[in-house]
Design a protein around this ligand. Sequence first.
Ligand SMILES: Nc1ncnc2c1ncn2[C@@H]1O[C@H](COP(=O)(O)OP(=O)(O)OP(=O)(O)O)[C@@H](O)[C@H]1O
Length: 331
Amino acid sequence: MKLLDIRNLNIELLTNDDRIRAVESANFSMKEGEVSALIGESGSGKSLIAKALVGVLNNRWEVTADRLHFMGEDLNRKSDKERRKIISRDVSMIYQEPRRCLDPTANIFSQLEESLPDREFSGWFGSRKSQRVKLCSNLLHKVGVKDHRAIFESYPHMLSEGVCQKIMIAMAIAKEPKLLIADEPTTALESTTSLQVIKLLKSLNQLKDMAVIFITHNLNTITSWADTINVMYCGQLIESGKTQKILSAPMHPYTKALFDSEPDFKSGDIDKKERLYTLKGTIPTLQHLPAGCRLGPRCPNAQKACVKMPEQRKVRGQQFRCHYPLQELTK
Ligand SMILES: Nc1ncnc2c1ncn2[C@@H]1O[C@H](COP(=O)(O)OP(=O)(O)OP(=O)(O)O)[C@@H](O)[C@H]1O
């Protein structure tokens, strides 16, 4: 069974006199226990997709989809309350700005305690409390936070960004969700801790079969771990498929450019002081999107047909939007 199946997802920002489509016709699906990476330039819509999934976008945003299935349940047919119940039970998210997402008025223990799954704690009041303290300590231990007692008493403003990030990760994994959405979970962390966190997420993925949507700019991390890669550009998912296929034979010029711009993925040796590959131009704003293919004005392969928006195509399991894919379709 598919864990998540989304068809034609649109996310629009409602302004006073207009609506701006920030994510257009995104199709996204994943199996249980799968690790799926969402990559793309800053501002391409990755976080919006994540926030739409967990339902935290405010009413300035309109989210619509032809299909929105999670664990076989059609979320489009559920009331807001039912949808929230399903999501809060089985989906957790690690946000990009940890300090802003923690409650500034509550100490860390009460926030961690609140994230523990609903279950019966046995025994008298005092022993129930000590069970909760133990569980919260275990969570902090898992994410590599020491000095639990002092951290429990602290408020978010008293802690570094890195520690807040670890606490948010601890809260997100507390209920062992079916799906964890990690929006650049390691940006605020030093490299050794970041490796530790990736290791932890990997072990939860393998031992508890927790699926992960990993949003990142770090291609090294995801290519060694993700089963599938989804590439976004300007609000559109322009290529999706199995990691190895996308790495070895990308269909979309933007996907190739993204990997070529990383020294570790560039084919052939790099000369000393050689410039890394970049696409010309910059990502357009949502108000000034080009007609037709959104990469058109920056694409090295653009031709006449690119003034028309390319349809989404699927070849041997790889989905892409391009009139002139980089690989032969008949191979
Ligand atoms: N609250 C908001 N108000 C107005 N526009 C927004 C808001 N949040 C996001 N956007 C716009 O929606 C688009 C997608 O933003 P999003 O945060 O999803 O990008 P992203 O790919 O996650 O970028 P990053 O990698 O920098 O986090 C961007 O053009 C952004 O400016």
